[in-house]
Design a protein around this ligand. Structure first.
Ligand SMILES: *[C@@H]1O[C@H](CO)[C@@H](O)[C@H](O)[C@H]1NC(C)=O
Ligand SMILES: *[C@@H]1O[C@H](CO)[C@@H](O)[C@H](O)[C@H]1NC(C)=O
Ligand SMILES: *[C@@H]1O[C@H](CO)[C@@H](O)[C@H](O)[C@H]1NC(C)=O
Length: 410
């Protein structure tokens, strides 16, 4: 019997751990109530959900883990950005990140947030899903007060213990015991300046708390007539009854504000409809079916005219190129005979040189022979034979028997 019990317990544990590993992070919240989710680096350090710091035995057993620097990228699932009501902040990669905001009536339902975690030490990257279920109606907090904490940055206010400290301070001023945070905003989101990167300079944070209990006498001094004047004149108010346990958490009394939502705001009166008739002459009634426009002239001007011009130019060019060519005969007839002769000799010489270039073994060209008539191509009879084959014995004057065979005019 005991065996069956322990076995079923084991099964249950297995099933539950399977479910936990595959499930998204679920966080329910209410409309009009501050939502804060801390992206704890030590939780994301390992991909396994079992290492969540909520799981205290792990930490006590293995001791604190050295936490890696991490960067987070949060967006609504399938969207590039977060929902309008939710904001993300992380001072630097060695600090935890925070998702925070106050959902409104229109955000009721499942808000699925995709968190991409990049471990900056190991460069592990993985994805988490955070499902924020916003439920309506939220708590009714008709009396709200906003305080400005000048010596804090937004990340320093969002952790739960700091929120509790601030709430305790306000509780002392208000005397109410069911205070709730309604909004926490960095002063930078409300037109504040980025502080100098020096110790002791902070952005400042606006915190808004609400309760269903009316304001205390102390808080009501904010509404006293002299308060605003005194603040404007001296930056200080004599009615300051703020208290703070830690100096960092002290509020600026002059920037505090009370908001009374107990009396429902009257809806702005609907615009009064007029007679429904417009003044004559000012009304333009567009015709149901506008008259069709004739585009032929435009077409002709923009398409046909350039086309016709191009065709005409083409024809002129064709005529000039094909029909007005002066033939070779006409050119020759106009050229003086002497020029033609030069031209021809140049041609034939060039042709001869080309054929010589073809091979070195060919017999020497005729024009290089001594007894060669350039015009007829005939050679003189070998007169020098009787003197023997020794060319050194050829009389010079015989070799140049016909020194000027060229009969052409010079
Ligand atoms: C990150 O911010 C914290 C608090 O502002 C600071 O102490 C720490 O030095 C910063 N780390 C880096 C790496 O800038
Ligand atoms: C919270 O404060 C931010 C910044 O001032 C503002 O945009 C937002 O509407 C506020 N939300 C509520 C519920 O008051
Ligand atoms: C406000 O008054 C307190 C004393 O009442 C004084 O110490 C402080 O310097 C004053 N602050 C400013 C900004 O005048």
């Amino acid at each position: 019997m005991a065996d069956t019990g322990s076995f079923s317990f084991f099964l249950t544990v297995c099933v539950v751990s399977c479910l936990v590993v595959t499930a998204d992070i679920m966080r329910p919240t209410l409309v009009g109530q501050m939502f804060v989710f801390e992206l704890k680096r030590e939780v994301f350090q390992s991909n396994f959900r079992i290492f969540q710091t909520d799981f205290i035995p792990y930490l006590t057993h293995y001791g604190p883990i050295t936490v890696h620097p991490m960067a987070f990228k949060c967006s609504k699932e399938w969207f590039p950005d977060l929902p309008a009501w939710l904001r993300f902040t992380q001072r630097n990669t060695s600090e935890n990140g925070f998702l925070y905001g106050t959902p409104l009536e229109e955000n009721v339902g499942r808000n699925t947030i995709e968190i991409i975690v990049v471990n900056k030490q190991t460069y592990d990257t993985f994805k988490e899903r955070l499902v924020i279920t916003v439920k309506s109606p939220g708590k009714r907090l008709p009396y709200q007060a906003e305080f400005f904490i000048p010596l804090k940055d937004i990340e320093e206010v969002l952790p739960t213990d700091v929120q509790e400290d601030i709430k305790a301070d306000v509780q002392k001023m208000w005397g109410a015991d069911n205070l709730e945070f309604v909004n926490i905003t960095s002063a930078l989101d409300r037109g504040g300046r980025v502080p100098l990167p020096l110790k002791g300079h902070h952005e400042g944070v606006y915190v808004k708390l609400g309760s269903d209990q009316y304001f205390s006498k102390c808080l009501l001094r904010i509404q006293s007539p002299g308060h605003r004047l005194e603040c404007e004149a001296t930056g200080n108010s004599s009615g300051d009854c703020s208290t703070c346990k830690y100096f960092d958490n002290c509020v600026n009394w002059c920037k505090s504000e009370l908001i009374d939502l107990s009396t429902p705001v009257l809806p702005t009166p609907a615009p009064i409809p007029g007679s429904g008739v417009m003044d004559a002459g000012e009304f333009y009634d567009p015709p149901e079916s506008p008259p069709s426009r004739e585009f032929l002239a435009d077409y002709l001007v923009t398409v046909m005219v350039p086309l016709a011009l191009a065709v005409i130019l083409c024809l002129i060019l064709t005529y000039v190129m094909c029909c007005r060519r002066e033939g070779v005969e006409k050119r020759d007839a106009k050229t003086p005979e002497i020029q033609l002769y030069h031209q021809r000799t140049i041609h034939s010489n060039a042709g001869e040189l080309r054929s010589m270039a073809g091979g070195r073994a060919v017999p020497p060209p005729l024009s290089t022979l001594p007894m060669f008539n350039a015009r007829t191509g005939e050679r003189m009879p070998p007169l020098q034979r009787p003197f023997g084959s020794d060319s050194s014995q050829i009389p010079l004057i015989m070799a140049q028997e016909e020194p000027n065979t060229d009969t052409l005019p010079r």
